[in-house]
Ligand binder design. Structure first.
Ligand code: 5GP
Length: 114
């Protein structure tokens, strides 16, 4: 059996996290090393390693996560705008192999990203 990822351990409450939103299908918590004044990690509870591992069966679940992100942004009044990022694979900087979306806000963001 593979070791559970750090995010699976957060879902299972084996390690602490500052959880800001939860429902049946997803969880959002503060990033431990924030890259912006607001930096949340939003994840499906289903264990999916990355975008590469999605199948058509995940369309509803991932859509649910994106709708949850919009709800969180509205609740936090991120009216000035926000950025949503998912890193897929090593070259993109993915460190945790549990699909996740970074929700970043509170400072200007350059484009293209580094
Ligand atoms: P990735 O590089 O995989 O796209 O992003 C992983 C993110 O998870 C990083 O921004 C990192 O700071 C965050 N992270 C890693 N370990 C933990 C942890 O134990 N708790 C929390 N809250 N965030 C973590």
């Amino acid at each position: 059996m593979a070791e559970p990822t750090i995010f699976k351990r957060i879902i299972d409450r084996e390690i602490p996290a500052k959880i800001v939103y939860e429902d049946d299908l997803c969880l959002a918590f503060e990033d431990i090393h924030p890259a912006a004044p607001t930096h949340l990690i939003v994840i499906p509870k289903k264990e999916i390693a990355s975008l590469d591992d999605l199948t058509e069966a995940d369309e509803g679940g991932v859509g649910h996560v994106l709708v949850a992100i919009a709800k969180i942004a509205a609740a936090l009044q991120l009216d000035g705008g926000y950025r949503v990022v998912t890193n897929c694979g090593k070259a993109a900087g993915q460190e945790v192999m549990h699909l996740h979306f970074h929700l970043l806000a509170g400072r200007p963001f350059g484009w293209p990203p580094g």
